[in-house]
Design a protein around this ligand. Structure first.
Ligand code: MEV
Length: 440
């Protein structure tokens, strides 16, 4: 029977490790050794990681890879990607190279508007609340002056504050729906600080508003928080080429390839079961760059999937068409990204990733990330409609299986060259490995 622990966060790192290893693992000595193996030798660097979160016991590594040859608006990028899935960087690189000779990616920003809301309860006359809101609105903005000063200097700030009556959905529920421009910052802290100030002012001013009855004066603030649903913080990335240029080594004609791509996207548009997987493949590319650049991939995921459902049914984030003899493939995706603040100036690898990307503005990073997502989807669909996904996937996964089996360097070399000529499946790799060992 496990026992709860009081004051875990107050224990030293060593004590935390001992406690977790002894109480929750079979071989505590081994656990402790492995956890420590992942500590950095550089104590300053380790301290930085320790302080990112509470109760740090070790570091959890992900590979950082590079997908080169991304031509985006005629600028050549090498894109850093942090991801564990074997085939993602390879697929992105392959797709980037494919489009490199076909004009590259053309991207544009559709909008950069961020959203935050103050959710509150008000029981009373809605028209009166509206009059109160119009009166108090300048005060709401005046009170955040110290918070928004620097952002305004740079050209950002509050775009709008709107009172929304949501009482038809939930009794007494109202909100301040606020929109912001946060420039190169993701803006979470800025937005949440503004919202909490709006909430405070709203509550205080309501108590003083003479038109309100005593009960109307008692506006109940429920919460103030940014929204990760940002349909107007949107970027578009596109690739296109004459259909004839699509011809590769596949055993299908360029026209058939184009038509199958369009059909594959059409299926993802109408069939949510497929759309979820289709979009998951897009997020393979998106998240990997988001993570490498120190951004919040959960926020990006939540916003992207909300956008995928914006028309009432979960659907594809990418689109494809054949117009005349031109094949066009594009994505529209909301991305709230930052290139300043947060981890961007703190995590040494994030700093390097941003440097590799030529120190992008948030708008530029949105375009790079969208291109990575589109490339990933192109790569996945290309495999799916031609060879099937397993061929490429297993080729990349081969090393993982061999590592699991404990293959030596020379065994790996032999088996990698063997599977260049044979189809790799998990069982085929195990059999080939066992045969190789038997031969010795
Ligand atoms: C696997 O991580 C992603 C794919 O399933 C995406 C897709 O099916 O489009 C290959």
């Amino acid at each position: 029977m496990k026992k709860p622990i009081e004051g875990f966060s107050k224990l030293s790192k060593e004590e935390k490790i001992n406690w977790i290893a002894h109480n929750y693992t079979h071989d505590s000595a081994d656990t402790i050794e492995i956890l420590k193996q992942y500590w950095s030798n550089d104590s300053k660097l380790q301290q930085l990681h320790d302080e990112f979160i509470e109760n740090t016991i070790s570091n959890f590594y992900l590979p950082l890879g590079i997908a080169p040859n991304f031509l985006i608006n005629d600028i050549l990028y090498a894109i850093p990607m942090a991801i564990e899935e074997s085939s993602v960087v390879a697929a992105a690189s392959k797709a980037a190279k494919f489009w490199l000779n076909r004009g590259g990616f053309k991207t544009s920003i559709i909008g950069t508007e961020k959203v935050g809301q103050v959710h509150f309860m008000y029981q009373g006359d809605t028209a009166k609340l509206m009059r109160f809101f119009n009166k108090v609105k300048p005060e709401l903005i005046a009170k955040v002056a110290p918070i928004i000063k620097n952002m305004e200097k740079r050209g950002g700030g509050i775009n709008n504050i709107e009172l929304r009556d949501k009482s038809a959905d939930l009794a007494n529920y109202h909100q301040l729906h606020c929109t912001f421009e946060t420039l190169d910052a993701m803006g979470a802290n800025f937005i949440n600080s503004c919202l909490e100030s709006f909430a405070e002012t709203l509550k205080e001013e309501a108590l003083r508003y003479s038109e309100f009855t005593e009960s109307e004066k008692r506006i109940e603030i429920v919460m103030s928080i940014l929204s990760n649903n940002i349909p107007n913080c949107l970027v578009r990335a596109e690739v296109s080429c004459p259909i004839g240029d699509l011809k590769e080594h596949h055993n299908i004609s360029a026209m058939e390839f184009a038509q199958k791509m369009v059909r594959a996207v059409a299926i993802a548009k109408v069939e949510p079961y497929r759309a979820v997987t289709h979009n998951k493949g897009i997020m393979n590319g998106v998240d990997a760059v988001v993570l490498a650049t120190g951004n919040d991939f959960r926020a990006i995921e939540a916003g992207a999937h909300a956008y995928a459902s914006k028309d009432g049914k979960y659907s594809s984030l990418t689109h494809a068409s054949i117009e005349g003899d031109i094949f066009k493939f594009w994505i529209e995706i909301p991305l709230a990204l930052g290139t300043v603040g947060g981890l961007t100036s703190l995590h040494p690898l994030v700093k390097i990733a941003l440097e590799i990307l030529q120190r992008p503005t948030a708008k530029e990073l949105m375009q790079i990330v969208a291109a990575a997502g589109l490339a990933q989807n192109f790569g996945a669909l290309r495999s799916l409609i031609t060879t099937g996904i397993q061929q490429g996937h297993m080729k990349m996964h081969l090393l993982n299986i061999l590592n699991q089996l404990g293959a030596t360097t020379s065994e790996k070399e032999t088996l990698i060259s063997h599977f260049k000529k044979h189809t790799a499946s998990h069982s085929a790799v195990v059999t080939a490995f066992e045969n190789l060992r038997k031969q010795k």
